[in-house]
Ligand binder design. Structure first.
Ligand SMILES: NC(=O)C1=CN([C@@H]2O[C@H](COP(=O)(O)OP(=O)(O)OC[C@H]3O[C@@H](n4cnc5c(N)ncnc54)[C@H](O)[C@@H]3O)[C@@H](O)[C@H]2O)[C@@H](O)CC1
Ligand SMILES: Nc1ncnc2c1ncn2[C@@H]1O[C@H](COP(=O)(O)OP(=O)(O)O)[C@@H](O)[C@H]1O
Length: 488
């Protein structure tokens, strides 16, 4: 289960345990984990802060003290919470405070346990702490962080560049959004979770996807199905020089098992694409007949995708207006369609049907006019804010794609691999999203299913191949194996 700091505090408050009991349980669970996984260590140095994360450290130190040579360091002053103070008084090891003495002790330690800041950390590190943490990071020690790597925020995943880097981070009771963003921040190599025995609710605002949850939302074709059972999917994409983008939309729709696909493209690329794909119904258009071709399709489809490879598409501005005004189904806007919104994305507030935007970080940077590095450090918050302000479903693509809903639901994707870092994989995802929107009325669920499946199939496709050789045209075959394995 994934939970934010507010949810965690609520869980703790309603757990029936006191804070002191929870701290004792957390400290003991971490100490047990450390002794079984780092049994070869002799010297352990605990870096403790003044909050309850530091308190966990004092409990860990007390317990490990019976089997290891433990030194504790209060790096941020005396313990400030009642529970941390009580835990500190029971500690019998050496306690350091001077930064030079701490760094010297670090040179002789086999394992450094980082308990300076946990979920209570916000903002940036002080100059003093940056200096200490960067010296420690430069020593390349074995490091185990408790709950959250110190210097990173639990909920937003924002992190100070000098945040502590660890081999292992032990999450207390639940994973937090921070743990779900490992590929972005790379602050830990592995994360494990220890239970505090707190009862968990059935529902969390954070969606998790796996094979089971995917198939819970993936409809089965009944015996008496016909080609229109799930309705039609319409993709509008490709243009001179970018015919392949429409091809990837089509492969994406095929990957999720769409049974009736309208493929809409400019006349000049129609022969190329139509000679390659046999099953879509093609609707070529030009300057003169754009409205006549596209408008009727909008009333007879369950999901529309527009924008992949549309850079040179005739009448692209008019198509965007038409789609946003006339469609009576979810609309996925990708690539060029997002760029067209750059200076007037406020119009999204006036669209009645669900809109799904699929920017990568560069496109999102242009859209909201913020630098890429600012977005990179604050992806969750900015994605949620944009989704809420403009009432859209935002799919912010990257190694961990984030899906944010207008009502604050969040999904942080864990599937995928660097094989997807190639031109065309976003177009493929767009076709998959549009296809699943046709089959599942729950927009957030359908979008998250597509994002998860896209990453999952990339992992499957690179199992016996080099990651940089992922062949996107194999996605329908890879998906077929998955569906077949699940009895479809
Ligand atoms: N019931 C509980 O609250 C439990 C908490 N536990 C531990 O307690 C942690 C949370 O404890 P706290 O809420 O005390 O917070 P933390 O111990 O994570 O850190 C908060 C302290 O850091 C300071 N701080 C925050 N941002 C800072 C910044 N940018 N620069 C410098 N100082 C900053 C705060 O003023 C506060 O003193 C959890 O991560 C977990 O390790 C566990 O003991 C289990 C039970
Ligand atoms: N290193 C990576 N790990 C996992 N997924 C990745 C990685 N790099 C890119 N992706 C995924 O690949 C896709 C790339 O999309 P995009 O950049 O829009 O490609 P294009 O526009 O060329 O089709 C996104 O879904 C993104 O999440």
């Amino acid at each position: 289960m994934i939970i934010d700091s507010r949810g965690m505090r609520q869980l703790e408050a309603s757990s029936g345990f006191t804070n002191a009991q929870l701290m004792e349980t957390a400290g003991k669970a971490c100490a047990d984990w450390i002794s079984s996984h780092f049994s070869a260590c002799r010297n352990i140095l605990l870096l403790c802060g003044k909050g309850n994360n530091g308190g966990d450290g004092f409990v860990i130190g007390r317990i490990l003290g019976s089997a290891f040579h433990v030194t504790a360091a209060c790096v941020d002053g005396a313990p400030a919470t009642k529970e941390a103070q009580d835990a500190f008084t029971l500690l019998s090891c050496d306690v350091l405070q001077d930064p030079d003495a701490i760094l010297q002790a670090a040179q002789h330690t086999d394992l450094l346990v980082d308990c300076v800041y946990g979920v209570g950390f916000h903002g940036t590190l002080s100059a003093r702490m940056k200096k200490l943490f960067s010296s420690i990071n430069n020593m390349h020690l074995h490091v185990c962080s408790i709950d959250i790597n110190s210097g990173a925020e639990s909920d937003s995943g924002r992190y100070d560049p000098d945040a502590i880097r660890s081999d292992v981070t032990i999450a207390l009771d639940c994973y937090k959004p921070f743990h779900m963003l490992r590929k972005d921040h790379q602050l830990f190599k592995h994360a494990y979770m220890v239970s505090l025995g707190i009862p968990h609710p059935d529902h969390s605002a954070f969606l998790e996807m796996n094979e089971d949850s995917f198939f819970a939302g993936y409809p089965r074709k009944k015996e008496n199905a016909y080609k229109g059972t799930f309705g039609k999917t319409t993709v509008i994409g490709g243009s001179y020089g970018m015919a392949g983008a429409l091809g990837m939309n089509i492969i994406g729709a095929k990957t999720v098992g769409v049974s009736y696909l309208n493929a809409v493209c400019p006349h000049e690329i129609y022969p190329v694409v139509a000679s390659r794909f046999l099953t879509p119904v093609f609707h070529p258009f030009g300057d003169q007949d754009m409205y006549r071709v596209i408008e009727p399709l909008l009333y007879d489809t369950r999901a529309i995708a527009f924008g992949s490879g549309a850079v040179n598409m005739p009448k692209k501005e008019e198509i965007l207006d038409l789609v946003l005004q006339a469609a009576d189904c979810p609309v996925v806007l990708d690539a060029e369609a997002i760029r067209l919104l750059n200076h007037n994305y406020y119009i999204l507030r006036f669209v009645h049907e669900p809109v799904i935007l699929t920017p990568h970080i560069g496109e999102f940077s242009s859209l909201i006019n913020r630098p890429v590095d600012v977005i990179q450090h604050d992806r969750i918050h900015l994605a949620l804010q944009f989704a809420k302000d403009y009432k859209v479903f935002l799919v912010l693509k990257g190694p961990h794609t984030i899906v944010a809903s207008p009502t604050g639901d969040l999904y942080i994707n864990q599937s995928g691999c660097s094989g997807l870092a190639q031109a065309g994989s976003g177009d493929l995802l767009t076709g998959m999203i549009a296809g699943l929107l046709t089959m599942n009325n729950d927009v957030f669920q359908a979008v998250c299913m597509a994002v998860w499946l896209h990453g999952y199939l990339a992992e499957e496709g690179t199992k016996d191949h080099a990651a940089n050789m992922l062949d996107l045209s194999r996605f329908p075959a890879l998906a077929d194996s998955l569906y077949f394995r699940h009895g479809f």
